[in-house]
Design a protein around this ligand. Structure first.
Ligand code: CA
Length: 445
């Protein structure tokens, strides 16, 4: 899948805000999402361009997806991206080429696209953005060896990294029903916790609420139950990525996680950013998979391929910030807690997808495969408070003088992601935000 004229950094759009330096959504990005129409109150597929979005259902209704584009037009007329995801990568490439041709400077000339599209362009601030897809299944992996090692060393100092880690992409099945779009408030969960000095657990609001800085890959074309996906075909089944915050209650997690892994410590909420950055848009930012340290095993054959080695990873920069209620009252901007990059992952999204389907498990369009906390090798690249404050022993000090070991009510967590390098246009993922609200009264029964 080559870099083509849609990636040309010199390309400009006739939508002025798309050309503003630093915009997450220049014409080289063209991320897809779903919004609630301000008048019709239905959900519609759209593409972001600068500060606006293009209503793709309206484009279909006006016959802009004519002839060979009819399948794309039908898929763009749905209330979610699932139908578009199911069409596969050839369709994604065709949609990207089409949208790029419509929105680029010069398109106001010969074919008059500007005049036709301006009536169906809507300022993004005027709409409510929705979950981009109906998530049938959500799986969370553990693909950062730095995160796995940090967490492991807190709980198992003698053996931080279990011997399977370098062979098996570790994951668990998350909860799809509580995947929510960025901006949704997150209620502090209550659950069974056993305090260090107590003999018995109690049911109480978590005191150790945390975020996890992650990226999720959306599955495109699925596979049939009983069949697996060869690593060489992995990219054909990957549609795009969004930011993911895997909210976690560490005290609930600590009491419940053995022997079967995370459960209620994670399933109360998972936030995702509304725009899906397609794998086409990410193409200029593909980089070799992490070089494994000397002595580490090579991936088993079903997880190894020339493409994985040469360009399996993505150089996607990540940042997490925190704004307390007091910081917002005082007009202070969110405070950056850490920065990381997706290129630090031990496993690529292709490897995660192939491993997931290797037992014949069927993946479906709109399934969400999250990376796990994207921590890097340094202290300032740790992707959750558990690691940053080392289980609460080294609190973070904020510009107001407030300290955080874990999240307080009123705290807003903001994730951002973007790709940039010389010779390519910078593209962004937008942001994924959520405010923590107080727990409801625990029902003692
Ligand atoms: Ca996670």
């Amino acid at each position: 899948m080559p870099v083509d004229d849609t990636h040309d950094p010199a390309l400009r759009s006739w939508v002025p805000s798309a050309n503003r330096p630093g915009s997450d959504f220049p014409i080289q990005n063209l991320p897809l999402g779903v919004f609630e129409h301000p008048m019709h109150r239905d959900r519609r597929v759209s593409v972001a361009i600068g500060d606006e979005l293009l209503d793709l259902r309206a484009c279909a209704e006006q016959g802009f997806f004519a002839g060979s584009l009819a399948d794309l037009g039908a898929a763009c007329s749905q209330g979610s991206l699932n139908a578009l995801m199911a069409l596969g990568r050839d369709a994604s490439r065709e949609l990207r080429a089409t949208l790029s041709a419509w929105l680029r400077s010069g398109a106001d000339g010969v074919h008059g696209w500007r005049a036709r599209l301006e009536p169906v362009l809507i300022p993004t601030e005027r709409v409510r953005l929705c979950l981009p897809a109906t998530v049938g299944d959500y799986t969370d992996f553990y693909a950062s060896v730095f995160h796995a090692t940090n967490v492991g060393s807190m709980f198992r100092p003698d053996e931080p990294l279990l011997p399977n880690y370098k062979y098996v992409p570790i994951g668990y099945h998350g909860r799809a029903s509580s995947v929510v779009v960025s901006g949704t408030a997150v209620r502090r969960p209550s659950g069974q916790v056993k305090r260090d000095d107590a003999m018995e657990p109690v049911v109480a609001p978590t005191r150790r609420l945390d975020y996890e800085l992650e990226v999720g890959a959306w599955v495109g074309r699925g596979n049939t139950l009983g069949t697996s996906i060869p690593i060489g075909d992995a990219e054909e089944h990957l549609f795009g990525v969004s930011l993911v915050n895997d909210w976690s209650a560490r005290d609930i997690q600590q009491w419940e996680y053995q022997p079967l892994g995370p459960f209620l410590a994670k399933s109360f909420a998972t936030s995702v950013s509304p725009w899906v950055i397609t794998f086409e848009a990410l193409e200029p930012f593909r980089v070799p998979a992490l070089t494994r340290p000397a002595g580490d095993p090579e991936p088993l054959a079903y997880l190894d391929s020339p493409r994985t080695r040469s360009a399996g990873a993505i150089d996607l920069r990540l940042e997490v910030s925190l704004a307390t209620a007091r910081m917002r009252e005082e007009g202070l901007p969110p405070h950056v807690l850490s920065r990381s990059s997706l290129r630090h992952l031990y496993w690529t999204f292709g490897q995660l997808l192939v491993h997931h389907g290797s037992n014949g498990c069927n993946l479906r369009p709109g399934d969400l495969l999250a990376s796990g906390t994207v921590s890097g090798p340094t202290r300032d690249s740790r992707g959750c408070l558990l690691e940053l404050t080392w289980r609460g022993s080294e609190p973070v000090v904020l510009p107001t003088g407030e300290e955080r070991r874990f999240l307080d009510d009123g705290d807003e967590v903001v994730l951002r992601g973007w790709c940039e390098r010389d010779g390519a246009a910078r593209i962004g993922l937008g942001c994924c935000r959520g405010v923590v609200i107080a727990a409801t009264q625990v029902d003692a029964g």
